[in-house]
Design a protein around this ligand. Structure first.
Ligand code: GDP
Length: 212
């Protein structure tokens, strides 16, 4: 990408070195900033199977990171995985929710971990809330959205798997359904299959850096 375009769009892929930091099961395990410098943190949230790992891989791939974000077995992981993305960001991959077969106690654990993270995580700058474009908002997504709004956590919405909406009319319907519950905020369509939207999502992430 040319310097001029970078300037106008604010888009810049991350540095090539990305690395896994830790899988945190408890808040005490959340990572501190290295050498006193806390990178802005971006959290990724969504139902299991929404396409979160695929999105993370697409974003990392855009910066040629050699890091595979692995999809958790549905409902089995109650960890927050932290990754350092170059010298620019920390990504926090939060456990997917909404898997019906998870026992109630596990669901409670999940809620506790996520809420503690979202309430107290100081370097957190932006939450990326993923919705399957075909399904739109489901109850737990709406609960999370309201929760983010009450806590004043900035978030954007990414509509995943856009390639599965085959016609323009289907696309419009999918996006309108999401818009109905989210009239004003940033809504970015994304497909891991085609790469559509990765650049715009990076732009939204880079904006947080400029707001520091
Ligand atoms: P996660 O559980 O949220 O991490 O979801 P994954 O990234 O593992 O994706 C779940 C399933 O959806 C996998 O079978 C992926 O191949 C598929 N998937 C993810 N993103 C896309 C997409 O943009 N387009 C299509 N067609 N399939 C996708």
């Amino acid at each position: 990408m040319s310097q001029a375009l970078r300037k106008t769009t604010g888009y810049r892929p991350p540095a090539a070195n990305c690395r896994f930091i830790i899988s945190a099961a408890r808040p005490e395990q959340f990572p501190d900033g290295a050498a006193g410098v806390e990178l802005p943190e971006i959290a990724f949230l969504g139902r299991s199977n929404v396409g979160k790992s695929s999105l993370l891989n697409a974003l990392a791939g855009a910066g040629k990171c050699k890091l595979a974000f692995v999809s958790a077995r549905p409902g089995c992981t109650q960890f927050i995985n932290f990754y350092r993305i170059g010298d620019d960001f920390t990504f926090a991959d939060l456990p997917g929710y909404g898997f019906a077969k998870v026992p109630l106690e596990k669901k409670r654990e999940w809620k506790r971990l996520i809420e503690t993270y979202l309430l107290h995580r100081e370097p957190l700058r932006l939450c990326v809330l993923l919705l399957d474009a075909r399904r739109g908002w489901m109850d737990q997504d709406l609960d999370l959205k309201r929760w983010l709004e009450v806590q004043g956590r900035p978030y954007i919405v990414v509509a995943t798997k856009m390639d599965k909406l085959k016609t323009q009319q289907e696309e419009l319907k999918g996006i309108e359904a999401i818009r109905a519950q989210y009239p004003e905020g940033e809504l970015l369509p994304f497909s891991a299959l085609t790469g559509r939207g990765a650049r715009e999502i990076w732009q939204a992430i880079w904006k947080t850096k400029r707001q520091q």
